[in-house]
Design a protein around this ligand. Structure first.
Ligand SMILES: [Zn+2]
Length: 114
């Protein structure tokens, strides 16, 4: 499952980060996930428990902040909202679009306990 490996990846990054701070436990992680990142939020949520088991993140809460997709049309230079990677420009119907926002997968903040 794609989302399980993503969750494991996040757990690794967070563990590295909190190890530097000598924290004992992570209570929650806030993630920024773009609409165009190709990640199923439900599946990610579901993968969180098995991925965090026996780690500093055991029983932590996963919070997700979705980021709307936004693109820039290279043909007519309009910006528009994109909900799907195959959306065309609503102004000129061009496929030549550059994604400006919505592909991010970022750890925004980590709540730790000492
Ligand atoms: Zn256009």
């Amino acid at each position: 499952m794609h989302e399980l490996s993503i969750a494991q990846n996040i757990v690794e990054l967070v563990t590295e980060e909190v190890a530097k701070k000598n924290a004992l436990k992570v209570s929650s992680v806030l993630l920024e996930v773009g609409e165009l990142a190709g990640i199923e939020l439900d599946a990610l949520d579901f993968a969180w428990e098995p991925a965090t088991q026996n780690t500093l993140l055991d029983h932590s809460e996963l919070k997700i902040e979705p980021v709307k997709g936004k693109a820039h049309c290279r043909s007519c230079h309009h910006d528009f909202n994109m909900t799907d990677l195959f959306d065309i420009c609503p102004f000129c119907q061009s496929f030549d679009n550059e994604i400006v926002e919505g592909k991010e997968l970022k750890i925004k903040s980590i709540d730790i306990e000492y």
